[in-house]
Design a protein around this ligand. Structure first.
Ligand code: TNX
Length: 542
């Protein structure tokens, strides 16, 4: 049969050919269209990667680096003329991506004799390389040399994303994590073609990046994390600005942009308790106590998971000295066109105070050249104001009611409905102790997969910029904890953001069966790469 891995075949090759298709092709997210060829391309120590432009060479280097550990091959990157046996990367319009408004798509053609990858952008080439990696045996993701053969089944793939924004949010505020841990998530997320890393950098329990002029934000605000397992406080930490820049650069090299978030005006006890007593800072007016509008005394450090009590006062000049420094410095270091100003669960405020705060914060973000983005429950409901054109609301309410409010205000929406896209929620009947339980009771893979970002009442698909999986970190202490909650569920978010809309209803639906079958093939990849994951019974692991 010409149908491989249950995917769409747009043309049938001759049925009388000598050899059948190699192996089932199991790519996540599912490509727009694929046609199986005959035979396979085999990687050898002599395989050359042909690349000439800087964009081609950058992607060629990352391909060579990805393939080196398991194969033991040091691939030559050549700018000479193309020869049989080459993997050729070409930055050009392949002529097959007319429907791709994102310019992130690619055309991949694998034959026995060569591999040709053509894309109009460096991101498109990067995404094509991720498909090549998934076409190889799972051991390709091993960090030590494995025996081949390294065969890539012949196939022709035309592929591009449904949405321009495909995000994963990680929370390094509730529990501090190192740059290296975040880079491990970038490795995995980018291999499933997500293109945005949303960093939740500050919350009631911690502030995690150095801000010049305000050293107490990290010296005091970074010193702990939420207490777990009987402890009142887990270890804290913070990133230097150089570490932050390095993570942004690492993400860029993996075709991902970084959206920073310092949640405000609430969710910021860490800022308040750090700056409240900062009476000698020349950037403040000597009596910064007036920043605190919340009802808890900010110097009392709180490592519980409580939220909703803190708030910075809009009528304090010190508030704006602090926020302007934070916003300007983070915006200058970040790669995404968006800057997330938070705005959720701002309970201690009157509607007028909240509106005042959001207006000022919006102006500060706009002055940096970034487009403001905020949690829809707050930012899309600011009384008497319309956020500036192009601004983004991130919708997390069940049924996207907050997203509908954003659409009414002319905003674009990133869909992160908590009952489907909050990847910090516990798995069903799970004894790991990881995950909260408020948004979906026992959130297995089908729950993350069986919804459609473009089909909510009041939020037409044309208003949807994309989709995001959110990993809050109240219960997670280690990289392994993060991976356990993220995988394989992040793959559902990746597929919703990338693949064309299909009917997704129920564990027994053909779409879910097809998806879970492809996820099954990722288990060996996770194992080869040393990535922890939840072995859900909904996936037919081999
Ligand atoms: C809600 S939704 C939050 C976070 C929590 C999360 C836990 C939203 C913008 N805020 O502060 O960490 O639930 O699931």
């Amino acid at each position: 049969s010409a149908s491989i891995g249950g995917t769409t075949s747009s043309a049938a090759p001759a049925t009388t050919a000598a050899s059948p298709p190699e192996t089932a092709v199991q790519i996540v997210p599912k490509p727009v269209s694929m046609t199986a060829g005959q035979g396979a391309f085999t990687l050898t120590a002599g395989t050359r990667i042909r690349a000439t432009s800087p964009e081609e060479r950058a992607v060629a280097s990352s391909l060579a680096a990805d393939l080196a550990p398991a194969t033991g091959f040091q691939f030559e990157i050549s700018s000479g003329s193309a020869q049989p046996g080459d993997i050729q990367l070409v930055l050009a319009d392949p002529g097959t991506l007319g429907a791709d408004t994102t310019h992130e798509g690619y055309q991949l053609d694998v034959t026995e004799g060569r591999i040709t990858l053509v894309a109009p952008t460096q991101q498109g080439l990067f995404h094509g390389v991720q498909s090549i990696r998934q076409l190889l045996p799972a051991w390709i993701d091993s960090s030590v040399v494995r025996p081949g053969p390294w065969r890539i089944p012949a196939v022709s793939i035309t592929d591009y994303p449904r949405y321009a924004y495909r995000g994963v949010m990680v929370d390094i505020a509730r529990h501090y994590q190192t740059p290296e841990t975040v880079e491990e998530i970038i490795d995995q997320a980018s291999s499933y073609k997500l293109n945005t890393l949303h960093l939740h950098l500050s919350d009631d329990q911690g502030f995690r990046v150095v801000i010049n002029g305000f050293p107490r934000l990290t010296e005091i605000g970074g010193r702990g994390s939420v207490g777990t397992q009987g402890r009142t406080m887990d270890p804290g930490g913070f990133w230097t600005q150089q570490q932050y820049r390095d993570v942004v650069a690492y993400a860029k090299a993996h075709a991902m942009d970084v959206v920073p978030e310092v949640d405000s005006p609430s969710h910021n006890n860490a800022i308040e308790m750090s700056e409240y007593g900062d009476t000698t800072n020349p950037l403040l007016d000597g009596h910064p106590q007036d920043i605190a509008c919340g009802y808890k005394n900010p110097p009392v450090w709180n490592y519980t998971i409580d939220v909703g009590y803190s708030g910075m006062c809009p009528n304090s000049a010190n508030t704006w000295a602090i926020y302007t420094a934070i916003t300007n410095q983070l915006a200058a270091m970040s790669s995404s066109p968006y800057y997330h100003l938070g705005g959720d669960e701002a309970h201690p405020f009157t509607a007028a105070q909240f509106a005042d705060f959001m207006k000022r914060q919006t102006q500060i973000v706009q002055a940096t050249g970034k487009t403001p983005m905020g949690w829809a429950d707050g930012y899309a409901t600011v009384a008497g104001t319309t956020p500036p054109p192009g601004s983004i609301a991130e919708s997390w309410a069940r049924g996207a009611k907050d997203g509908a409010a954003a659409v009414q205000k002319g905003m674009k929406v990133v869909m992160a409905p908590a009952d489907h896209a909050y990847l910090d929620q516990a798995y069903p009947n799970d004894t790991s102790g990881l995950g909260l339980n408020w948004a979906c009771k026992g959130c297995d893979l089908d729950v993350n997969y069986n919804w459609d970002p473009g089909s909510f009442t009041g939020v037409p698909d044309s208003s949807v910029l994309g989709v995001e999986g959110a990993l809050w970190s109240e219960t997670t202490r280690t990289l392994k904890d993060w991976q356990y909650l993220l995988f394989p569920r992040l793959l559902a978010i990746s597929e919703l953001g990338w693949s064309p809309k299909a009917s997704r209803t129920g564990v027994t639906s053909p779409a879910f069966q097809d998806f879970s079958g492809r996820v099954a093939a990722q288990g060996a990849r996770f194992q080869a790469a040393g990535v922890n994951f939840y072995p859900t019974s909904q996936v037919p692991w081999p």
